[in-house]
Structure formats: structure tokens, C-alpha cells
Design a protein. Sequence first.
Length: 124
Amino acid sequence: LDGTPVKTLEGHTGPVYGVAYAPNGATLVSASFDKTLRLWTADGEPLKTLEGHTDGINAVTYSPAGGAIVSASADMTLRVWISDGTPLKTLEGHEDGVYTVAYSPDGATIASGSNDWTLRLWRA
């Protein structure tokens, strides 16, 4: 590790709060307070912009198998996307912004943490 930057990815119009590589390393996704997710190739080329949240996005993760992406937003929701960017489902239940999200290693559960002082577990 020499710390040399390889490439700068630009496109968001607000702060970037989350980034995750797909398990196979072929793509990555970034989450921004501009209310969008962006899919990129591993080389940093833009693939697609994902829209659906109504407030800034604080965190993002891929499922362990790589077939899904989950984003956590200040709009109090989590959104599940197919890894190609197709919207799949919105998870509602938090009473304040959602700031963190993670999949269980087996991919069966999604955990989210919110400013409502709760951690929620969701069946994936």
C-alpha cells in the first residue's frame, strides 16, 4: 500500500457518504446526499444513476452474493435494488433518518441503524 490515488470519480452533486464494492469486484456503488446512488465499473467508469430516495443517502451495501444493493437514507427508508440498478423494494419503519446498513454474512438479514435510536433487523 503506497497510498497513490489511481482515479477520481466525479458525478455526484453533493457529499458522498457511502461506497461499496460488489463482492466480485466488477462494480462499485456510491451513495450521496444529492439523493442518488451511482453505479461504476471497477475502473471508475459511470454505469447508471439510481434515483428514488427523497432525501440524502447516508450508506450503501451489496448483498453477500452481489445480487442486491441496499441504501439507507435521511428520508427514513431503506431501498433495495437489483444490482443492475432496478428498484425492488422500499423498507419503512424507522422514525428518523437511517445512517447505516449491513447484510448478515448469509444474506438472510439486513440490519439498519437510525437516528431514532434503534437498530432494526429486516428479512432479506
